[in-house]
Design a protein around this ligand. Structure first.
Ligand code: 5RP
Length: 226
């Protein structure tokens, strides 16, 4: 690939996605995330479809894209643990702790990440931050708990905003929490998960990524969890 200053965000996402192919082992099932960066990964994975067993998907959107490209998609319940999960992120810190859920797929993403031996996160370099929380933190909630959960999130220091018109693949709602400077990601992840009515918080701190691949103007930058 030719690297220069004119590379746009999509080119950098594609670069990271293609670099993730090196982690895919033949004859295995690959966990696949959701989002525009992952869409590039799915397109690349299609070139290997005869050499992998198939995929486990984290969303209806990714499932559809893979099926359209002829990649077999399996239920997580029928495959057990998987060697690899590849997904994007809205933010990553230097410890590879992530904010995810911009595409509302956070719950299934967290489940597939938990079931994977290795989590490779792919993004363009703008997603790397010092402190998590500039990107509003997505929280999936049971519909009847929306208002109660929002009040508890205010007590934790955030400003929750209902993502109106968005229903997750699990039939739930999303609150995006603004104004959170997340100094202690594991503590905040636990505190939000403990609120009754929360299905999942889009903080991936207890189970961070193992590898972060950032598309950059000088080529893919690969970091392994410290
Ligand atoms: C979806 C996600 C995505 O991984 C995240 O929003 C990044 O998306 P993109 O690759 O489009 O920037 O968590 O729920």
């Amino acid at each position: 690939m030719h690297y220069d200053n004119t590379m746009n965000q999509d080119t950098l996402k594609k670069q990271a996605a293609e670099a993730a192919l090196q982690y895919v082992q033949e004859d295995t099932i690959v966990g696949v995330g959701t989002g525009s960066t992952v869409n590039f990964f799915i397109d690349s994975l299609a070139s290997m479809k005869g050499r992998i067993e198939g995929a486990v998907s984290s969303s209806e959107a990714s499932t559809q894209r893979m099926k359209d490209l002829g990649i077999p998609v399996f239920e997580l319940n029928s495959v057990g643990d998987i060697p690899l999960y590849v997904d994007g992120a809205d933010e990553s810190n230097a410890y590879l702790q992530l904010i995810k859920g911009g595409g509302a797929a956070l719950t299934r993403e967290k489940i597939v990440a938990a079931a994977a031996q290795k989590f490779v996160c792919i993004a363009d370099e703008s997603k790397l931050v010092g402190i998590l929380g500039k990107f509003p933190l997505p929280v999936e909630v049971i519909p009847m708990a929306r208002s109660y959960v929002a009040r508890q999130l205010v007590k934790l220091g955030g400003t929750p905003e209902w993502r109106e018109g968005c229903t997750t693949d699990n039939g739930n709602l999303i609150l995006d929490v603004h104004n959170m400077e997340i100094m202690e990601p594991i503590k905040i992840e636990r505190a939000i998960n403990d609120i009754a009515g929360v299905v999942t918080v889009g903080l991936f701190a207890q189970r961070p990524a193992d590898v972060l691949i950032l598309g950059s103007k000088t080529g893919p930058k690969i970091t392994t969890k410290p």
